[in-house]
Design a protein around this ligand. Sequence first.
Ligand SMILES: Cc1ncc(COP(=O)(O)O)c(C=O)c1O
Length: 437
Amino acid sequence: MAPVSDERERFLIRYVGDFAPFTVARADGAWVETTDGRRILDFTSGQICSTLGHNHSRIGGALRDALDTVVHLNSWMLSEPVLGLGERLAGLLPPPLERTVFLSTGSEANEVALKLAKLRTGRFEVVGLTRSFHGLLAGIASVNFSMAHSGYGPLLPGSFALPAPYAYRCPVRHCAGTCDCTCLEVGFELVDQQSVGSLAALIAEPVLSTGGIVVPPDGYFRRVRELCDERGMLLVLDEAQTCLGRLGTMFAFERDGVVPDLLSLSKTLGGGLPLAATVTSSAIADDCEAKGFVHVTSHVSDPLPAAAGLAVLDVVEDEGLVELARRRGEYLMARLRELQAAHEHIGDVRGRGLLVGLELVEDRGSKAPADALGRAVTDECLDRGLSMNIVRSGKIANCFRLAPPLNVTEDEIDTAVEILDASLRAVLAGNAALARA
Ligand SMILES: Cc1ncc(COP(=O)(O)O)c(C=O)c1O
């Protein structure tokens, strides 16, 4: 167990292993500051939500306005921020995506997307990708294939997995280095043979993040769209982490050349506030409304998070964050490739925009996942002032996820890469000393 920084931790449930060995006093931009005065570079943007950096002044301003006017409402009462945000999203998205319901978390937005898909199609089977993460509520967790399935009883019937297009380690042992989508064709053959003829939807992240920064090849989602259309299934894209600029486009699907039937937005939409949205077409919304669609939550109509969402959209546009993320992503990737050239243990560097993965291996020949090294380097980085995630699929956790705020500076990227470099060297030197002893 990690050192306990505050005795009061004993009053909390550990929901994902240990807590950090420090307590945070404040946060600003790409930095968090601990109660004992340490400054830590936050290369996870909190929980990949603070894409504008922590505590952006314009989010603060929007929240103060909401506090002075109205924070929370009964679900059937509408307010200016909710109406404004719905209209704004419809203006940003391509047709026919124009109808939104607001929620608080990504799990909820995906649950709602799948409920709408089921009501629309009258079917119940849902396909997801291995290594995917869509949230941990009971329904959506059924197609959450990267973690947390065991211990909670049955999943929803009719949940199927397609092998994720993970080019570095082809799931069907077919490709090497680049994916030719055989995994998708093989996967759908398996789905068809297991289905009871009730395929409602396929849900996917445009870039699989929690499962190890898996970037599907060009054309992947166009083929997904065709395969769904052939079966009368709806396509749900979960853009929790990828929307509003992180991948260098406002929405990730723009680059993939497809428009989903249902789009789930969360994390980045609230810029750190709990705000999520499910967006669909009027055809689907009207049909589901006519069929009696119900999804009311305590915060479905709250002005306060919607005001934060509007501020996020303003800042993304006014500060040119989409283009900035693209350029800073290229810079980060180039710096990490330099690091890869210097470290045999860095097997792969991949990603898009400012969602970047760095996979550690024992050696590049065997590609054996360097699990223990990953954990040790994560700790060493934190000691030296850099917070990064190591993401896992199943039991293996050997891929760093780097997702700083979209307005991270080149100096901050240099600092992070220097800390990572020094941490790798320190841990490897320590390992070598241990091996000699
Ligand atoms: C792609 C994706 N979808 C959904 C979720 C779930 O979001 P939440 O934790 O807000 O329920 C996450 C959380 O990490 C995510 O990464």
